[in-house]
Design a protein around this ligand. Structure first.
Ligand code: BGC
Length: 764
C-alpha cells in the first residue's frame, strides 16, 4: 500500500517537475535572461498591464499599488509603490484593521530648514529602511517643486523657494533612501506650484525662469543622486501635460540630464495615454481598462510603435530586477520605529528657526510652571494633509514634552483648553481617521479674556502661545476668508489670535514674565503685525511626531537652534511677487497660470526690488554667535572652477552650529540677474565656544551662468563677480571679488519648452 502511494506521489511529482521545467524552459526568466528576451516572450496585453500601477492588497495593503503585476511566470515580482514624502504612508488596513504605523518625519520645508545634507541623508536612509522593512520598493518622495507663492497648498511638501537648496536637499535624501536598496520617486516633474485646478492648469513660464528656477532643483537631484523613478506632474507646462511632453521627459530629463530610471504619471494625471507612452512616461498610475485599451488599440492601428511600449516595459522590469524583493529579501514588517523616531527628532531639532529672542528670553531660566495657550499647543500638528499624511502611532504633544522635561503645566489654562477642545471634538462627527486628526487645527481659536490671563500669570512663570496652521494637498491656502469671525486666513492671523498674543504678552510682561510664540505651521504666516509683543518666536514648522519634544529641548537650552529659513516671510501677502498672477487666469477657474515674475521668486525678488520682508531667506538666530574670518579665493580669475575658503568661529558662550551661505553677485550687464543668488552652503559641525572650523565652497561654470534663451545656453557674462558670504540672504559678513575675463558658454542645451502663450518676464 505504502509502495503504491510512493509510486503515485513520485509520478505526480515527476510530472509537476517536468511541467514546470518545460514551462521555465519555454519562458525566459527575469535575471536569467536578457530583459529583451522577456519582452519578446510577453504578449502585448501582458506588457501594457505591466506598466499600470494597480491597486494592491498583496504583501503590504494600504499602500498606493504595484506595477509589473501578473508576471510571476516570468519570475518578475511586482514593484510596490507608496506615498511620502514626510514618511511612508500606509493607510490602516481596510481588511484586518491592524495598523502598520510609520514614522512621521518633519515635512520637507522643515527638513530644508536644517540646511544639513548629512542629516538629510540620514532621514532618507531611515525612511528607506522603513520602506524596505514594510515590503515596499518605491517611495513617492522627495517632492521638489519650488515654493513659488506663499499660499501654495503643497508648499509644506516642498523644500524651498530656492532651487539650489531644493536640489541639494533632494539629492541627499535620495542618496540616503536608495542606500537601503529601495527606490525614490522624485516628484512632481515639473512646475507643480499650485492646487487650484491642479489637474489641468497650464503653467506658462519663460524658458529662462523654467531652466533657472523650476527645473534647476530637479536637475541637481537627478545628476547627483540618480533616483530610480521620477513622477510627472498633473499640470500642463507651456501647453502640454508634463506626462505627455517628450521635450520634458525625454529631451531634457533623459537626454540632457542622463536620467536612467523610469517615469510614472501622477495619480490620474494627463489625458492622452498614448502620448504619455510616446513621451517616455513609462508607467501609468492608476492602471485600468480605460488606459490599457487605448494603448493596445494604438499599437494595433499602428499609431503607436510597439517598440515604444517595449522601452517603457523594459524600464519597469529594470525596477523589478533591482528590487529587494527580487533579491529575495524578506521584509520583517517590523521596522525599528524607535530608532527612526530618534532620527526624526534630531531632524526636528535642527529644523527649528529662532526668529526673535529679545534679551535672551530663551532658553528659559528659572521657570517651573508654564501657561500653555493656543489650541494646537494641545494637539501639535505633525504634518500636512493629503497623500503626504503619515499614519503614525503617536505624536508627542507640547504638554507631554514639557512634563517629560520636568516642567509643570498651569492647570487652569490646561482645563480651559481641554474643555474647549473636548466640546469641539464631541460636536464634530468625523467620518474617518484623517478628519479626526484635523478637527482642532481647522477650528477657530479660543478667545481668552484678559482677566483670566491675569489670573493665569499669577500662577505661572512663563507663557507659550502656539499658532497652528494646517496645509493640504488639494487646495491652496488662502489669505482672506472669514476666520474666527473676521477676515484672516492661512497667512494672516485672526483677530482672536492677535489679541491672544497681545494680551498674554502685556499681562505676563507686567508680571515680569516672558512669553514665546511657537509657529506650528507648514508655510510662512504673517508676523509683522504682532512680532513686537512676545519676547521670542520660534518657527517649529510641522516637524513630525517628535516636533513638540524637539521644541522643548530648544526651549530649555538642551539644544541650540540652528535652523535657517528656506523661504522668505513677506510682510504681507501682496508683497509676494507672484501674488498678482496667482493662481492664474481667470482667477476663479484658471486655465493659464502666468509665471510673469520670471526668475524673481522669493529672495531673488525681495532683494533686487528692495521690498522689505519680516524675516529673510536664510535667516535664523542662535543662542551663540559666530565670527567669519580669513576669506580666501583660490584665484582672482575664474578658469574652470574656483575654491572659496573661510573660517567660522563660535564667539559666544554655548555650543552651536552655523549655516554659512555663499551668494554670488554677477556683473549683470547683458544678462538679467538678481542682485545675489545662493551658490553654496555649509552647515558647520557643533562648534564649542572658541572653536573654529574651516569651510570650503567650490564654484563651477554653472554657478556663474544664467540661461540665455536666445541661444539656448548657460552663459556666464565676463566681468567682476562678487562673492558674498552671509549668515542669511541679507546679513552678508564677508565679500571678495574675482574676474571672468571672457564670456563663457558653459553648456548648450535644446531649444525646447518655450511658452505657448505670450509672457513677458518681470525685470527690475
Ligand atoms: C499626489 C501625489 C501622490 C499620488 C499617489 C497624487 O494625488 O499628487 O503626490 O504621490 O497622489 O497617492
Amino acid at each position: 500500500m505504502n509502495y503504491i502511494k510512493f509510486i503515485l506521489a513520485y509520478l505526480i511529482c515527476a510530472s509537476f517537475i517536468s511541467k514546470s521545467f518545460a514551462q521555465s524552459e519555454r519562458l525566459p526568466q527575469l535575471g536569467k535572461d536578457k530583459i529583451s528576451s522577456l519582452i519578446s516572450a510577453m504578449t502585448l496585453e501582458e506588457k501594457v498591464n505591466a506598466i499600470m500601477l494597480l491597486g494592491f492588497s498583496g504583501q503590504t495593503p494600504g499602500v498606493v499599488g504595484a506595477t509589473a503585476t501578473g508576471l510571476e511566470k516570468y519570475g518578475v515580482p511586482p514593484v510596490t509603490m507608496a506615498d511620502g514624502p514626510a514618511g511612508l504612508r500606509i493607510n490602516p488596513n481596510p481588511v484586518s484593521g491592524s495598523p502598520r504605523y510609520c514614522t512621521a518625519f518633519p515635512t520637507a520645508t522643515a527638513l530644508a530648514a536644517t540646511w544639513n545634507l548629512n542629516l538629510m541623508e540620514a532621514v532618507g536612509k531611515n525612511m528607506g529602511n522603513e520602506v524596505r522593512e514594510y515590503g515596499v520598493e518605491v517611495l513617492f518622495a522627495p517632492a521638489m517643486n519650488i515654493q513659488r507663492n506663499v499660499l501654495g497648498g503643497r508648499n509644506y511638501e516642498y523644500y524651498s523657494e530656492d532651487p539650489l537648496l531644493s536640489g541639494k536637499m533632494g539629492a541627499s535624501f535620495v542618496n540616503g533612501l536608495q542606500s537601503e536598496g529601495v527606490g525614490a520617486s522624485v516628484k512632481h516633474f515639473a512646475a507643480n506650484n499650485q492646487e487650484k485646478n491642479r489637474m489641468s492648469y497650464n503653467a506658462v513660464i519663460s524658458q529662462k525662469a523654467l531652466r533657472e528656477i523650476y527645473l534647476r532643483g530637479f536637475e541637481i537631484a537627478i545628476k547627483e543622486s540618480q533616483p530610480k523613478v521620477v513622477m510627472s506632474s498633473y499640470n500642463k507646462l507651456n501647453g502640454v501635460y508634463t506626462a505627455e511632453s517628450y521635450d520634458l521627459i525625454t529631451t531634457v530629463l533623459r537626454m540632457e540630464w542622463g536620467f536612467k530610471g523610469a517615469v510614472i504619471t501622477d495619480y490620474l494625471g494627463g489625458k492622452d495615454f498614448v502620448a504619455q507612452m510616446k513621451a517616455g512616461n513609462d508607467m501609468i498610475m492608476p492602471g485600468g481598462n480605460d488606459r490599457i485599451k487605448p494603448i493596445i488599440d494604438a499599437v494595433h492601428d499602428k499609431s503607436l510603435d510597439e517598440k515604444v511600449i517595449n522601452e517603457n516595459v523594459s524600464r519597469t522590469l529594470e525596477l523589478s530586477l533591482n528590487s529587494p524583493r527580487f533579491k529575495k529579501v524578506v521584509p520583517s514588517m517590523k521596522p525599528d520605529l524607535s530608532a527612526h523616531a530618534k532620527v526624526s527628532r534630531d531632524a526636528a531639532i535642527e529644523s527649528m528657526v529662532l526668529l526673535k529672542n529679545d534679551n535672551s528670553a530663551l532658553p528659559v531660566k528659572n521657570a517651573k510652571t508654564i501657561a500653555l495657550y493656543g489650541k494646537t499647543s494641545y494637539d501639535f500638528i505633525a504634518g500636512g494633509r493629503g497623500s503626504g499624511e503619515v499614519n503614525y502611532e503617536h505624536a508627542v504633544s507640547l504638554k507631554e514634552a514639557l512634563e517629560n522635561e520636568g516642567f509643570a503645566i498651569n492647570q487652569s489654562v490646561n482645563n480651559l483648553y481641554s474643555n474647549y477642545l473636548g466640546a469641539l471634538i464631541a460636536d464634530t462627527k468625523p467620518t474617518d481617521w484623517i478628519q479626526q486628526k484635523f478637527i482642532i487645527p481647522f477650528s477657530p481659536e479660543l478667545s481668552v479674556s484678559r482677566k483670566v490671563i491675569e489670573q493665569n500669570a499669577s500662577e505661572s512663570d512663563f507663557a507659550i502661545i502656539t499658532i497652528g496652521r494646517s496645509s493640504s494637498e488639494g487646495w491652496d491656502r488662502h489669505d482672506s476668508v472669514v476666520f474666527d469671525g473676521a477676515p484672516a486666513g492661512y497667512f494672516r492671523l485672526s483677530e482672536i489670535e492677535k489679541s491672544l498674543i497681545r494680551n498674554v504678552s502685556e499681562v505676563f510682561h507686567a508680571a515680569g514674565k516672558k512669553v514665546v510664540v511657537v509657529l506650528n505651521i507648514g508655510g510662512a504666516t504673517e508676523v509683522a503685525s504682532w512680532n513686537n509683543y512676545p519676547d521670542a518666536i520660534i518657527c517649529a514648522w510641522h516637524t513630525g511626531q517628535e516636533g513638540a519634544a524637539a521644541f522643548i529641548r530648544i526651549l530649555k537650552g538642551i539644544e541650540n537652534p540652528s535652523g535657517k529659513l528656506p523661504i522668505s516671510f513677506p510682510v504681507k501677502y501682496t508683497d509676494d511677487p507672484s501674488s498678482v498672477y496667482f493662481p492664474g487666469e481667470p482667477k476663479e477657474n484658471p486655465v493659464n497660470s502666468f509665471y510673469s515674475e520670471g526668475i524673481y521668486v522669493g529672495y531673488r525678488y525681495y532683494n533686487t526690488f528692495n521690498v522689505p520682508v519680516t524675516y529673510e531667506f536664510g535667516f535664523g538666530l542662535s543662542y551663540t554667535s559666530f565670527g567669519y574670518s580669513d576669506l580666501k579665493l583660490s584665484s582672482d580669475t575664474f578658469k574652470k572652477s574656483l575654491n572659496v575658503t573661510l573660517t567660522i568661529t563660535n564667539t559666544g558662550s554655548v555650543a552651536g552650529k552655523e549655516v554659512v551661505q555663499l551668494y554670488l553677485a554677477a556683473p549683470n550687464k547683458e544678462i538679467d540677474k538678481p542682485v545675489r543668488e545662493l551658490k553654496g552652503f555649509v552647515k558647520t559641525r557643533l562648534l564649542y565656544p572658541g572653536e573654529s572650523q574651516s569651510v570650503t565652497f567650490t564654484l563651477d561654470g554653472r554657478s556663474l551662468a544664467s540661461f540665455w534663451s536666445g541661444i539656448s545656453a548657460w552663459v556666464a557674462e565676463k566681468g567682476t563677480y562678487e562673492i558674498q558670504i552671509g549668515s542669511s540672504s541679507k546679513d552678508i559678513r564677508k565679500k571678495a571679488a574675482f574676474e571672468l575675463p571672457e564670456q563663457l558658454i558653459v553648456e548648450k542645451v535644446n531649444n525646447v519648452l518655450y511658452p505657448n502663450e505670450l509672457i513677458t518676464d518681470k525685470k527690475p
